[in-house]
Design a protein around this ligand. Structure first.
Ligand code: ATP
Ligand code: MG
Length: 322
């Protein structure tokens, strides 16, 4: 397995000094372990204060863990921070561009931090400006760009040295729905077309579900679940659920009449709706259930599989509260 990130019992404790000089501490990460394969779009999902940004700061060698270690490209963040930093790009919560400089001036400036030829920075900048449809704003001051365009410029800054691994911390926060959707398309293309590995922190469940190959849900410094989005749904919602809706009220005792298989559990939801939980594969149970509905002459208008979303998973893990 071609691992690009591997953490080993990462712990981060912030020691805070209060005004009254009493010390308290925050355990931001409490033995965090995960592995990310090269080429993955990984979403780190969790509420405010969960420890997402702290994790990014450790993996991008800006912050040392209190305990444990992390390996990026097989190298320890404690031992080879310079080597790791040359191969990663980080889009932080604040874009970090200079508002009074033009887009191109910013990109040249940030490009000069890396050991790449000026000529190469120039050609890469132009290529990225073209790809992200920002070429016509190249000579405009960053302060004059809309938030969506600023975020695109910040993404170009993150990619100027052609990093293999890109960290995006809340990349669509504050963008309107259209700008967010456009930005997501760019992220997807980075992963799928340009084969970058992407580590994205987000609160946005829809975004995580839509984009990611892998999702980790973190809360209070502890990883609650990790896996491909569809597997998380299966892990948390073991039974498959179908709903059956009829045009008029089901007859009394319908649940017993439809109990054609021990792999079925039928629960009336309303007069006209049944919830059908399957503990066996649907193809072995549903045909006989449908046959029975027809035999009973029930005016069925809908038999539909209920797909659990990542939102259902998240809410279940967070104890019902978003
Ligand atoms: N520099 C710091 N000093 C003290 N405590 C900190 C510091 N940075 C973060 N924390 C605390 O550590 C915890 C984790 O914070 P972190 O910023 O990693 O969370 P997050 O998941 O990125 O949250 P958000 O979604 O709000 O960005 C929080 O309780 C936060 O208050
Ligand atoms: Mg954060």
């Amino acid at each position: 397995m071609d691992l690009i990130i591997e953490t080993n019992d990462l712990v981060k404790i912030y020691k805070n000094k209060n005004k009254d000089r009493t010390k308290n501490m925050t355990i931001a990460l409490n033995k965090v372990n995960f592995k990310i394969k090269s080429g993955t779009i990984f979403s780190f999902l969790g509420p405010n204060g969960a420890g997402k940004t702290t994790t990014v700061r450790i993996l991008s060698c800006l912050l040392k863990p209190t305990e444990g270690d992390a390996r990026v490209f097989g190298k320890s963040v404690l031992e080879d921070p310079v080597g790791i930093r040359s191969r990663i790009g980080v889009l932080t919560e604040n874009h970090g561009l200079y508002e009074r400089m033009t887009v191109a001036e910013n990109l040249r400036f940030f490009g000069s931090f890396y050991s790449i030829e000026r000529q190469q920075v120039e050609s890469r900048m132009n290529e990225l400006l073209g790809y992200f449809n920002l070429a016509d704003r190249k000579d405009d001051k960053v302060g004059t760009l809309s938030k969506g365009l600023k975020q695109r410029a910040a993404l170009i800054k993150t990619l100027i040295h052609d990093p293999e691994l890109v960290f995006l911390d809340e990349p669509t926060a504050g963008l309107d729905p259209k700008a967010s959707a456009e930005f997501r398309d760019y992220i997807k293309a980075l992963g799928k077309t340009y084969h970058k590995t992407i580590f994205m922190c987000t609160h946005n469940l829809f975004e995580a579900q839509k984009l990611s190959d892998m999702v980790a849900i973190i809360d209070k410094g502890v990883i609650k679940k990790i896996g491909p989005p569809e597997d998380l749904e299966k892990q948390l919602f073991e039974a498959t659920l179908f709903k059956v809706i009829a045009a008029k009220a089901f007859p009394k005792g319908i649940a017993d009449q439809l109990a054609v298989d021990d792999g079925l559990k039928i629960i009336p939801v309303s007069d006209t709706e049944l919830a059908v939980y399957l503990s066996k594969p649907e193809e072995t149970v549903m045909p006989s259930l449908v046959k029975k509905l027809v035999q009973l002459d029930i005016p069925v208008v809908q038999v539909a599989k209920v797909q659990h979303s990542l939102e259902d998973v998240y809410l279940k893990l967070m104890g019902g509260e978003a």
